[in-house]
Ligand binder design. Structure first.
Ligand code: GTP
Ligand code: MG
Ligand code: ZN
Length: 304
């Protein structure tokens, strides 16, 4: 039988068959071993083959993926963890404070989505915590990212009208990602009365989230719309990317780089005749974006 993975705890899964019937599932041992550099062989959003044994699904194969969103494994260095597979849109919930999401983190998220040409949405949440000057700053970020092709929203997920966001999610399978405590699960709960994800508390002395959601889970908003809640990530590691290809995933650099004197070999650091450096100097490329680019090229850790 063929099915779709809705939930993945790492050891247990939840699979729906083509008629929508749900089964608890596990993975056949052999398949685990093949999961090379990934800590989880089967991810939410995977299409799988399974057999039924005592009303339990045993996953025997994963069908080829359209794409997947990865983060570096927190448990095993050099390994990656698949947050979700086969998504058609990637949404980052970001907050200006409680906790603070850095521009570097946002840019890493955008780059990993862009590598698969997955459309990107940025939801700046907890608007209610921001004074006017802070809202202006966020709005400037939004203008920057809109110009790069992302959809952006500024909202208070706990109480705002979500119609515009709902329209943006319609007919997509959207991965919802972000630091712990930014309000991913709160947002999902507001999107459907059928979703009742546990929501965390922000402790008063530290603005660090406490990882309330511990595994990825997909939900149907309607017959054609799916959203995936994921556990908070501390850092967004870029996996399997060479320094040379990175500027391909910065839309504002992608076309310019063809004009660099050294062409595809240019890393846009200090090479003569670099079209990207010229654009940075002329402020056609935002300084924050170029800074993020450099830190990715140099493999620096961008967490904040
Ligand atoms: N002030 C304010 N607080 C919010 C808003 N949205 C969510 N929160 C609060 O933020 C805290 C964390 O929310 P969660 O929805 O659990 O965050 P999460 O992103 O799912 O966190 P993890 O599951 O740990 O990754 C909760 O106390 C929410 O009530 C908002 O718009 N404004
Ligand atoms: Mg959560
Ligand atoms: Zn260059």
């Amino acid at each position: 039988m063929k099915g779709l993975v809705y939930k993945s705890t790492g050891s247990w899964y939840d699979v729906a068959d083509d008629a929508g019937v749900r089964y608890p599932a596990r993975v056949r041992g052999r398949l685990r071993l093949e999961g090379s550099k990934e800590t989880n062989p089967v991810a939410v959003g995977d299409r799988v083959e399974f057999t039924l044994e005592n009303n339990e699904a045993v996953i025997s194969d994963i069908l080829p993926r359209e794409n997947h969103m990865l983060r570096q494994s927190v448990k095993k260095t050099g390994h990656s963890h698949v947050l979700a597979a086969n998504v058609t849109q990637a949404l980052l919930v970001a907050t200006f404070q409680q906790p603070r999401t850095s521009l570097g983190f946002i840019d890493r998220f955008l780059v990993s989505a862009e590598a698969y040409r997955i459309p990107q949405v940025l939801v700046f949440n907890k608007k209610d915590l921001l004074d006017e000057a802070e809202q202006k700053e966020v709005q400037a970020w939004m203008a920057l990212y809109e110009a790069l092709g992302a959809r952006t929203f500024l909202m208070t997920a706990l109480k705002d009208d979500l119609d515009a966001l709902r329209a943006c999610l319609a007919n997509h399978t959207t991965l919802i990602a972000g630091h712990s405590g930014v309000g991913k699960s709160s947002l999902l709960n507001r999107l459907s009365p059928h979703i009742r994800q546990t929501v965390g508390d922000i402790s008063s002395f530290s603005n660090k989230g406490i990882h309330t959601t511990t595994f990825a889970e997909m939900f149907d908003l309607d017959a054609h719309t799916k959203i995936i809640d994921t556990p908070g990530v501390k850092e967004w590691g870029l996996v399997n990317m060479t320094p040379e290809e990175l500027s391909d995933y910065f839309p504002e650099m992608r076309n310019l780089r063809l004009d660099c004197k050294f062409g595809a070999r240019c890393l846009h650091k200090h090479e003569p005749g670099c079209a990207v450096l010229r654009a940075v100097g002329e402020k056609r490329i935002a300084a924050s974006r170029y800074h993020s680019y450099l830190s990715m090229v140099e493999g620096h850790d961008n967490r904040k």
